[in-house]
Design a protein around this ligand. Structure first.
Ligand code: DAH
Length: 321
């Protein structure tokens, strides 16, 4: 059959098999070569190879031609508009909680703090409460509605547990930041059963309240990127003495609480045989969701955990990177 009259893939394939197939005409000719004397065999072998190459090229070109024909037919049948711009694939971005934690870590790292990994979400009551001066009868235990596994193990309610793990290593001075998930039985617009905290701890010789104040003021001025008004309001935490909550002034003049901090309670140092006359320290705890909400004016904390692309894509142009 003449290759020029072929107009579909099936006919072309038949033609290919007829000439180039295992039992095709070319294979047959090659088979016959063995009956010829050596010199003739070489001469005819060359000719057969040239013919084979010629047929192969012809069939291949025809195939390309038929492929194009098929594509064009499909395009006109399906009403494809080739001039339409393609769809861009969506590129993900870092979750605002992660990027904020990175930002906080980087800031404190620049002040010489070590960044430790978050560790110990499953905790015992000794590290989460007792060693932090919160014994069993203490009312602070009720404030932090705890998820208990049994009478001893729980999901940590605060990253302050990491203060104890760090102090126990007995290597001083300590200047550390740790961040991670914490858990409390609580769920509404401003509370979630899981949220994030960043804990800071410094223990060294001659550490005092003015050091704490300097560090926190600098952090808040850096984070909120303007000379915001800051207020240290006397408060109570069992593990600090001289405890403060820190507020910032919002644009409408009201004060908004941003974090808790204080001077490490001497009882904690004594429990680990640290000479509290020589060593002193300060600690602070930052609610990560809370400061992001204040910064962006987000009203509902649950937005962070819904995986709503519309919400998350607003943070693509991340201010920290
Ligand atoms: N752990 C406290 C909480 O979850 C926050 C806190 C307050 C941490 C004062 C501190 C601190 O280290 O000094 O409410």
């Amino acid at each position: 059959m003449d290759i020029n009259v072929i107009n579909d893939h099936k006919e072309l394939e038949n033609l290919r098999i007829k000439y180039l197939g295992k039992k095709g005409l070319i294979a047959h000719q090659i088979n016959l070569l063995k009956h010829l004397p050596l010199v003739e065999r070489k001469r005819f072998g060359k000719i057969i190879n040239n013919v084979k190459h010629y047929i192969y090229t012809k069939i291949n070109n025809k195939k390309i031609f038929l492929d194009d024909l098929l594509i064009n037919k499909n395009i006109s049948l399906n009403n494809l508009d080739l001039s339409l711009p393609g769809r861009r694939s969506n590129i993900g971005s870092m979750h605002p909680i992660t990027s904020t934690i990175y930002y906080i870590e980087r800031f404190f790292n620049s002040l010489g703090f070590d960044i430790l990994s978050g560790g110990f979400e499953l905790e015992d009551q000794y590290h989460n409460f007792d060693a932090l001066n919160i014994p069993i009868y203490h009312p602070a235990r009720n404030v932090q509605d705890t998820f208990w596994f049994d009478s001893n193990f729980l999901l940590r309610t605060q990253t302050s547990n990491m203060q104890i793990h760090e102090i126990k290593k007995n290597k001083f001075p300590i200047r550390m930041i740790i961040s991670g998930k914490v858990y409390r039985k609580d769920s509404d617009k401003t509370h979630s059963p899981m949220f994030h905290q960043v804990e800071g701890l410094v223990i060294d010789k001659n550490v005092n309240f003015s050091n704490l104040k300097w560090v926190i003021s600098n952090f808040l001025n850096d984070f909120f990127k303007k000379n915001i008004e800051i207020r240290f309001r006397s408060s109570y935490f069992p593990f600090t003495v001289l405890s403060c909550e820190v507020d910032i002034k919002s644009s409408d003049g009201s004060w908004l609480e941003v974090l808790g901090c204080g001077i490490v309670h001497p009882n904690i140092l004594k429990r680990f045989n640290i000479n509290s006359k020589l060593y002193s320290g300060f600690a602070f705890g930052i609610g990560v969701e809370r400061i992001i909400m204040l910064y962006y004016g987000i009203k509902d904390l649950r937005c962070f955990f819904k995986n709503d692309i519309k919400f998350l894509s607003q943070f693509k142009k991340n201010r920290y990177f």
